[in-house]
Design a protein around this ligand. Structure first.
Ligand SMILES: [Zn+2]
Length: 398
């Protein structure tokens, strides 16, 4: 029997399916759509929950009315410090729901609601796990930092701030992975490419330079670039990089020749790619279009803020073994290594030099969808996996 197996019994006795589902229901009922609602109320719930368990809790504001929660369960003898982090904001409700998006209703074993998997499910599992550890009487050797951040869904202001403030030896980020262990994720870069023409009265188009027509070869070149990316050697867990034009804006009125056309490229990077080199690559695409179209005025004007760059962790790192064992015990089946298609806050921990994995209950495919739902059984497994991983990472006093 491994150490983690021997801890299973004592932790399982202090975890309860209905209790963990109740926490998730509470969280789903507190709206935290980004940017409509802010995270203040969820932060209040999380802070109260953890204070009641005896943790030292701070709630530093990262944006007006939008705090992070940083809670510390003090370890006994200076073992490794684990930051266990997830986010409190959700994407907006959106359309197409057949259940109440903020109801937290359980139907056929699934709990429905915006954020049920992304990421209030992982947050509820984390709160239940901490409660389980405290109630079990287990004494951790290193500090367990329980952190819940604001603004992951737009530009990760909360995680960027958190990672500049805390000191941790290891980190686990809670995002839905069906309890597989994420060691790599993609990242995004969104340049705004501007084609400049000259406005004129549309009854005399020859007096202007129509920026929409000038943008055509640029858009075509970006499409070709996107296709070429698909045939690059894929990352073993994250696949090939991609690029797509997602927004085109031009024109101010139906009777004015547009003097400016804005093109937004959504460039998804895989681990090994970085923002600077990728931006230079887009610049080279534009250089080629310029060379083929004399007089064309086109440039990257700015980039739209994103969650961040891609990142990864060497799968041989001990933290990966800890997470795999904890998840496998909780699932009752072997957990595997996983690559996330989207960006997440792991990148900010990696940028701060902290070894980090991503793991959580729930299916990533449910995220940002109508009728987002979390299996109550998987949620319970998530709480168990989180408790076992935290105890293994921080160490437990015998
Ligand atoms: Zn998320």
């Amino acid at each position: 029997m491994t150490l983690a197996e021997s801890r299973m019994g004592s932790i399982t006795a202090h975890l309860d399916r209905a209790r963990t589902a109740r926490i998730l229901c509470d969280l789903v009922r507190i709206r935290s759509q980004n940017p409509l609602d802010g995270e203040g109320e969820v932060a209040g719930y999380v802070a109260r929950f953890l204070r009641r368990l005896g943790l030292e809790v701070e709630t530093p504001e990262v944006l007006p009315g939008r705090p992070n929660v940083i809670a510390r369960l003090r370890g006994l003898d200076g073992g490794p410090v684990l930051a266990f982090n997830t986010h409190m904001d959700t994407v907006p409700e959106g359309n197409g729901w057949t259940r109440a998006p903020f109801g937290g209703e359980v139907v056929d074993g699934d709990l429905y609601g915006r954020g049920a998997v992304d990421a209030k499910g992982p947050l509820a599992a984390l709160l239940a796990a901490v409660e389980g550890i405290v109630r079990s009487g287990a004494r951790l050797r290193g500090d367990l930092l329980v952190t819940a951040v604001a603004d992951e869904e737009t530009c990760s202001t909360g995680a960027r701030r958190l990672c500049s403030e805390i000191e941790a030896d290891l980190a686990i980020v809670g995002e839905p992975t069906r309890l597989q262990v994420g060691v790599a994720h993609r990242g995004s870069l969104r340049p705004v490419i501007v084609v400049t023409g000259r406005t004129a009265h549309s009854s005399r188009p020859h007096e202007g330079v129509n920026a929409v027509y000038r943008a055509v070869p640029v858009i075509q070149a970006l499409e070709t670039y996107g296709r070429a990316l698909a045939s690059r050697p894929p990352h073993p867990l994250c696949g090939a990089p991609s690029a797509a034009v997602t927004l085109v804006n031009a024109g101010i009125k139906e009777n004015v020749i547009p003097g400016r056309c804005e093109i937004v490229l959504d460039r998804r990077m895989v681990p090994g790619e970085d923002e600077e080199r990728t931006l230079a690559e887009v610049g080279e695409v534009l250089d080629r279009v310029r060379a083929e179209n004399p007089g064309l005025e086109v440039a990257v004007e700015r980039t739209i803020p994103t969650t961040g760059a891609p990142s990864e962790l060497d799968p041989s790192h001990p933290l990966v073994g800890i997470a795999l064992e904890a998840a496998s015990l909780a699932l009752g089946a072997p957990a595997r290594l996983h690559g996330l298609s989207g960006a997440c806050d792991m990148t900010h921990f990696r940028a701060a030099g902290v070894p980090c994995v991503v793991m959580g209950p729930g299916d990533e495919a449910q995220a940002h969808q109508p009728d987002e739902r979390m299996s109550v059984e998987q949620l319970h497994q998530g709480a168990l996996a989180y408790a076992l991983a935290a105890m293994a990472a921080c160490g437990v006093v015998a």
